[in-house]
Ligand binder design. Structure first.
Ligand code: FIX
Ligand code: ZN
Length: 414
């Protein structure tokens, strides 16, 4: 079986698969202004803000004082007109425009804006999902966000293609400021995390998982995250997160390795990456064999050790090439390593899209790289005489792009 036949089979499977994007920051149209879409949102993505501020000689505060349209104009001028847009995030914006049928060679931002002005958000979800090959996405849902909480309390979402994930960063990373908020919401908790606090937090988690029908609980953790340790974070994990996840049968997703706000003047663009502790993940998985963990780590240097950890624990599912790893060269390297160490028992990618339209580029780019790696791997396989069939390849690709997630959480995928 030669390489060309394999290429054909992989590209047919990739063209047919409906992706489940297991971690995004998207919202369905019911969330109103929280749902971001359109060219100005694409251009003011924090990845592009960070790249722009390297070129412009302007106080950060002046940038933040500009309107969104002015920021987008500056980013377009700086990154696309004054320099060629070769970075992954710049190329992404162009892939989005091209995917929507626009002619990027015109370099005409006014024309691009005119196109988006004619779309409505509800139909635009269909257009983007179809263009990107998406079946459904998982949001990132924070009940401590006032605007978001109000929407959940008044009925939440109805579009079945948008699933919820309960994000608990405030609980685990900012207990001192979160404790009074929990109290204000009617939960009996104390800043020292004593008396009824564990019960109060368990009640909060259960209430919100049930209200949102959350598919998993998630947190992003700093590079110095350690388990176990003598901290309120560790107590909340042991006494609240773990028992509630087990009782409700949902995984706990840990995203490890962020250095938040190394340059706070950059606001949402000011976070960086650091080396995390895989040993902590191993200890959690070993101590709680009846719980399920989904883990992604931000540092390239953590990827090999994390892959090996996943070989040791079937309750650990690794996922995605997160944030600064979501670049073709790194997706290529990490996907190869995962396939070699874990076979198909992992989730190669999530998009982390914040703006609906980004689904188009994040998935077009990842599909291309992961597809090329798969061609290599099935070609190596065929060289042994094991000829994969189209059905087998379809099955495998459906697993990688959604099925593995749904079977791990023991739910039927939408
Ligand atoms: O913590 C997270 O979920 C991160 O993915 C984001 O906060 C980050 O800002 C991002 O957009 C990365 O892609
Ligand atoms: Zn994210």
């Amino acid at each position: 079986m030669d390489r060309q036949i394999i290429e054909g089979m992989i590209s047919r499977a990739l063209a047919g698969v409906k992706i489940t994007d297991i971690h995004t920051h998207l919202y369905s149209p019911e969330f109103g202004g929280l749902m971001l879409w359109g060219i100005d949102e694409v251009l003011t993505y924090h990845y592009l803000v960070a790249e722009t501020m390297r070129w412009v000689d302007m106080p950060y505060a002046d940038f933040w004082a500009m309107s969104k349209t002015e920021q987008a104009d500056l980013i377009w001028q700086t990154l696309f007109i004054e320099h060629s847009p070769v970075s992954e995030a710049c190329r992404g914006a162009l892939t989005v425009l091209k995917g929507l049928g626009l002619d990027v060679s015109s370099r005409d931002l006014t024309a691009f804006r005119a196109f988006f002005a004619k779309q409505n958000p509800v139909d635009h979800v269909d257009t983007v999902f179809d263009t990107a090959g998406i079946g459904s996405v998982v949001m990132t849902n924070d009940p401590f966000d006032e605007a978001e909480r109000q929407i959940w309390l008044s009925g939440g979402k109805t579009d079945p293609r948008f699933h919820a994930a309960l994000r608990i960063d405030p609980l685990l990373n900012l207990w001192d400021s979160t404790c009074p908020k929990l109290k204000a919401l009617g939960y009996d908790v104390y800043d020292t995390f004593d008396k009824g606090s564990p019960e109060g937090v368990r009640r909060f988690l259960t209430d919100w998982i049930e209200r949102m029908d959350a598919l998993y609980m998630a947190v992003s953790l700093p590079t110095e995250f350690a388990y176990p340790e003598d901290s309120i974070r560790c107590r909340i994990i042991d006494e609240c997160v773990i028992p509630v996840c087990r009782q409700l049968g949902i995984p706990f997703a840990l995203m490890i390795g962020v250095k938040r706000q190394v340059n706070s003047a950059l606001k949402g663009a000011g976070d960086a990456v650091g080396y995390g502790s895989v040993g902590s993940v191993e200890r959690l998985c070993a101590r709680y064999p009846d719980n399920k963990f989904m883990v992604t780590m931000l540092a390239r240097e953590n990827q090999h050790e994390l892959c090996v950890a996943s070989r040791k624990f079937r309750n650990l599912l690794i996922f995605g090439c997160w944030w600064f790893l979501n670049n073709p060269s790194l997706i290529d390297e990490i996907t190869r390593m995962r396939l070699e160490l874990l076979g198909l028992s992992m989730i190669p990618q999530h998009s982390d899209a914040r703006v609906l339209d980004q689904l188009i580029y994040k998935w077009a780019h990842s599909r291309q790289v992961i597809g090329a790696v798969l061609v290599d791997k099935y070609t190596d396989l065929a060289a042994t005489g094991w000829a994969p069939t189209q059905d087998e390849i379809n099955r495998d690709i459906e697993g990688l792009f959604g099925g593995n997630f749904w079977s791990f959480i023991e739910r039927k995928g939408v």
